[in-house]
Design a protein around this ligand. Structure first.
Ligand code: AFP
Length: 296
């Protein structure tokens, strides 16, 4: 653990692209946490994906747009809560889910913030990601930061960052699984996979992607939000959720899959496009990919 009160735990070489972004996010964390207490009501408005927004969603989005959009290295701020990207000048494109799993605020369960850092105009493929970050607001606040150099987990406290885990690596076998969506709406193949995996792994599902993926990274295992009968495109958003999460898991040594190939290969057609998402440890993912018909 690093020196509390300093930001020196950020490794200059490994995370230089993401350094101003993660430092700015860390600064915003105490304000976002406070908003969980003060901005709990629903706004009566829907986001571009048709979901009702909480006041905290709007607060986090506006705060992050103003803070991240001000950075010299950022040229575009796009958010799950906005129909269109905001042009902030020359630079990288950020795709942000300001408050992932915000409906969990009602039940006081974990929520998160996700940032995809793309070196391309949005919508872009996961192969255009230079880095990805998620913040998990759990009993403590942690940040998982991935670049081509690897993945580092930080404790975020009073706006400061201290390394918790250097070189985060997912184990190959896995211990937990968490699958979203109503079971009767899963495909027959996916139901077959779920029946088989539950003999070996323990079910853990919290309803916030960041929390559910963080436990898969911590213990090994598999997270899935598959295509559904009524929603063949899946639920999760490619730019804001699936790509950054797939990048982090793959950089930690795991696998991602969209039903055909790595999520990072998914063609990007629309900013708010959805995709099925499967991520996790090598072994359970190999079994999943085989059960779903293999890679295209
Ligand atoms: P909310 O932001 O509306 O709470 O949705 C969260 C989310 O996009 C993602 O974080 C979860 O993995 C998934 O939806 C949970 O969906 P279910 O409520 O269908 O389990």
């Amino acid at each position: 653990m690093g020196n509390p009160g300093s930001r020196s735990d950020l490794d200059a070489d490994e995370t230089s692209i993401v350094t101003p972004i993660i430092e700015t996010l860390a600064d915003a964390v105490p304000k976002i946490r406070t908003a969980f207490e003060t901005h709990r009501a629903y706004e009566g408005e829907e986001n571009p994906s048709g979901e009702e927004m909480l006041a905290a969603d709007v607060y986090a989005d506006e705060l992050l747009e103003s803070r991240l959009g001000d950075l010299d290295c950022v040229g575009t701020y796009a958010s799950e809560e906005r129909a269109d990207p905001v042009d902030t000048g020359e630079g990288l494109s950020l795709a942000v889910d300001p408050l992932d799993g915000s409906s969990n605020l009602t039940s006081n369960n974990g929520v998160g913030t996700i940032v995809g850092i793309y070196d391309a105009e949005l919508p872009a493929t996961g192969r255009d990601l230079l880095g990805a970050i998620y913040v998990l607001y759990g009993p403590t606040t942690t940040a998982m930061v991935a670049t081509e150099a690897g993945v580092t987990e930080y404790l975020v406290s009073d706006g400061d960052l201290d390394v918790l885990t250097e070189e985060v690596e997912i184990n190959d076998e896995g211990a937990v699984y968490g699958f979203g969506g109503p079971v009767p709406e899963w495909s027959r193949e996916f139901r077959r996979y779920a029946m088989s995996i539950q003999r070996r792994l323990k079910r853990r599902y919290g309803g916030a992607l960041v929390g559910d993926v963080n436990q898969v990274l911590s213990y090994g295992g598999v997270f899935a939000y598959p295509e559904l009968e009524t929603r063949p495109e899946g639920k999760l958003r490619l730019q804001f959720e699936a790509n950054p999460i797939a990048f982090i898991v793959e950089q930690a040594g795991g696998e991602s899959f969209d039903g055909d190939s790595s999520v990072l290969e998914t063609e990007a057609e629309r900013l708010h496009q959805r995709t099925p998402l499967f991520v996790g440890s090598e072994e359970p993912m190999a079994q999943l990919i085989e059960t779903l018909g293999g890679r295209a």
